[in-house]
Design a protein around this ligand. Structure first.
Ligand code: G3H
Ligand code: ZN
Length: 283
């Protein structure tokens, strides 16, 4: 069934565990996330990013309707989230599509501008019952961005600033920079677990880990133990999908029916989802 993000995050937090959120680019991603969640017996969040909306010609409705329909038809509890929203216009398009939550990404702005823009987004969301996540600090590796040094000052989230930010914006969850980076194809990120613990103690809302594709299983487990409640995974699905498609096409150069290679790609994503859920959802 289609459930709300706030519900899944709240349940995970009170059970002392986390909920995984997976990026949806195509219908097959949504189907794979549902299949993986059903296989793992765990809930999950389907998230559509602003980049994915841009890929679909700037149209949110078709991919949102597909993801929502897959969620409704699934036996696993699945929520729909709009991810890394920079455009206020896209933010305002979220509600009618059935999104119960949004990540408003003003992390490129100065601290003061980030607070002002995010507080507006939260006000807008809360009037409509939408749960709002925002980012403080800089999780690198976003599309079209120069790589950044995850250890440079001002990159990692500062606990004192984080507490003020949450109080000033009213966000429901906080994405923090603690050593992970987006779009990693190798799982080599090392997280600062001491910082995660300090952030958990400093802010009253659940913490979100972005760029989890590059984080090893043991590091994800430790991050959940230290206080991460939402674990975002995108690239790992694409690595699995593309690897499976490449293998089929390389072995069968005369193949033309997309179902014969997209199908194995979707199966590979479902397996990846189930594997991450086994790590994230474990007690
Ligand atoms: O918001 C999305 C996630 O942070 C995905 O990051 O593609 O590096 O796993 P990833
Ligand atoms: Zn992210």
């Amino acid at each position: 069934p289609l459930v709300s993000t706030g519900e899944l995050v709240g349940q995970a937090r009170s059970a002392g565990r986390a909920v995984a959120a997976f990026n949806v680019i195509s219908l097959e991603h949504a189907e794979a996330i549902a299949a993986g969640a059903e296989a793992a017996g765990a809930p999950a969040i389907l998230q559509v990013s602003e980049n994915a909306v841009r890929f679909h010609g700037g149209r949110l409705a078709p991919i949102a309707a597909a993801a929502a329909a897959v969620a409704r038809a699934s036996s696993a509890p699945l929520a729909l989230h709009l991810d890394h929203v920079v455009s206020v216009e896209l933010l305002h398009a979220a509600h009618p599509e059935g999104f119960s939550s949004v990540m408003f990404d003003a992390s490129k702005l100065s601290y003061e501008e980030n607070v002002a823009a995010t507080a507006d987004a939260v006000r807008w969301g809360h009037e409509r019952g939408i749960w709002v996540e925002a980012e403080l600090g800089k999780v690198g590796g976003k599309e079209g961005e120069a790589p950044l040094d995850a250890h440079a000052p001002g990159v990692r989230t500062d606990p004192v600033e984080a507490a003020a930010y949450v109080a000033d914006t009213g966000v429901d969850a906080l994405a923090v920079a603690v050593g992970s980076s987006h779009a990693m194809t190798e799982r080599t990120a090392a997280l600062d677990h001491e910082l995660i613990g300090r952030l958990r103690d400093a802010v009253p809302v659940p913490l979100v880990l972005h760029g989890s594709s590059g984080v090893p299983d043991e590091e994800i487990r430790a991050a959940v133990t230290a206080g991460m409640v939402k674990i975002n995974v995108g690239t790992a699905l694409n690595t699995a999908f593309t690897g499976a498609v490449r293998e089929v096409l390389t072995g069968q150069p005369a193949l033309v029916d997309p179902r014969k290679y997209v199908g194995p790609g979707r199966d590979a994503m479902a397996e990846t989802v189930a594997r991450f859920l086994a790590v994230v959802h474990a007690d």
